[in-house]
Design a protein around this ligand. Structure first.
Ligand code: PLP
Length: 371
């Protein structure tokens, strides 16, 4: 992790203390309120729970500190993504999406943007620059893509997109602000499913939108206020608490993933392994240039659907679960969610278990596939 990421992490735990008065609680208080005391006509304070809440504000402040941007919180990653689409697009616009990214983003565009007259195209992440961006109003990239972990050159995409006057949105869910900072690379907007590593405890759905452009932030905020897709205060409180340990968890998860990816690559049962941190991975050189860490996701293929299911079910330190980024190592055979991958394709999310114990459990489960 770079020094700047470290200094941001160090400051995070003390952000709130800048405004402390004597006797204030040091951990974030949870404010469960839909109404506030609002005598008179003045604005400038909390009025109503759909517009603002002190607990969201704290989580937005913390996320904004990590993104160096204005942040808006949402009740899920898809809530964040849909707010960007519906706040910024209008009939007659054209958008470009990754063909190999999270499937619900494409489904949202296909099922809900198209009927509103927004044209949607898709393009694979490894060749995202090919064909240029003429005619697009908004380009949406996901890097590394979920689940195949391909990446695109975010800075080059941002330059090319801006040359056509369009906006670049990057889904940074797989990396978190500690692993990659797309706004520094030129993206206009970051969206993230904080359901995953940012919260990290698999007990909440949450998302955020970050941008350094005040007009974009105002439009997305206006959409949130009018559409009412707001996070609950308790969820915001949990995410704030998760965020305070993100740097420690993310560091452990990424370091363990580096160790385990190398060992998995050498295991005879494992094929087609992808991890951006491995020398020789098609994404490696670009990953070194644009990512601060290589992440905690590893993908690979086992010989059959049954072997993939057996590997996941028989590993003592692995949960069979969709989603990723939690403290518990988990894995999923992704073709069962409809991703266009072989039936033995496994997406593995490395958790916070001590790495040698985790590796022994993974190796034992792989070895059992031979019997
Ligand atoms: C890359 C990516 N973006 C967005 C989402 C949506 O997040 P949520 O389930 O919180 O709506 C997911 C969920 O898996 C995801 O993997």
């Amino acid at each position: 992790m770079s020094e700047t990421a470290k200094s941001r992490a160090a400051a995070l735990a003390h952000l709130r203390s800048r405004d402390f008065a004597k006797g204030d609680p040091i951990p974030l208080p949870l404010t469960m309120a839909s109404i506030f005391h609002t005598p008179g006509e003045e604005a400038g304070f909390d009025q109503y729970g759909r517009y603002d809440n002190p607990t969201w504000r704290a989580v937005e402040h913390a996320l904004g500190h990590l993104e160096d941007a204005h942040c808006l919180a949402f009740p899920s990653g898809m809530g964040a993504i849909s707010s960007v689409f519906f706040a910024l697009l209008k009939s007659g616009d054209r958008v470009l999406l990754p063909a190999d990214g999270y499937h619900a983003t494409r489904a949202l565009a296909e099922r809900f943007l198209k009927p509103f007259g927004v044209a949607c195209d898709t393009r694979p992440t490894p060749t995202f620059l090919d064909g240029g961006f003429d005619g697009y109003r908004l380009v949406f990239a996901e890097s590394p893509s979920n689940p195949r972990l391909d990446i695109c050159d975010i800075a080059a995409v941002a330059n090319a997109v801006h040359a056509h006057g369009a906006l670049l949105v990057v889904d940074n869910t797989t990396m978190t602000p500690y692993g990659q900072r797309p706004l520094d690379l030129g993206a206009d907007i970051v969206v993230s499913a904080d359901t995953k590593a940012v919260n990290g405890h698999s007990d909440v759905l949450f998302g955020h939108v970050a941008s350094r452009n005040p007009d974009i932030v105002a439009k997305v905020r206006d959409w949130r206020e009018m559409a009412g897709g707001i996070p609950g205060p308790f969820e915001a409180w949990l995410v704030h608490r998760g965020l305070e340990t993100l740097e420690v968890r993310f560091d452990r998860m990424c370091s363990s993933a580096e160790t385990i990816a190398k060992r998995l690559k050498n295991h005879h049962a494992v094929g087609a392994l992808r991890f951006p941190g491995l020398d020789g991975d098609p994404s490696h050189n670009l990953a070194r240039a644009q990512m601060e860490r290589f992440g905690f996701l590893i993908s690979f293929e086992l010989a059959s659907e049954q072997k993939a299911e057996d590997f996941i079910d028989n590993c003592a330190l692995m949960q069979s679960a969709t989603s990723f980024g939690g403290v518990h190592t988990s894995a999923e055979r992704r073709s069962k969610r409809g991703d266009a991958v072989p039936s033995g394709f496994v997406r593995l999310s490395i958790g916070c278990e001590p790495v040698e114990e985790l590796w022994q459990a993974i190796e034992a489960s792989l070895d059992r596939l031979d019997s």
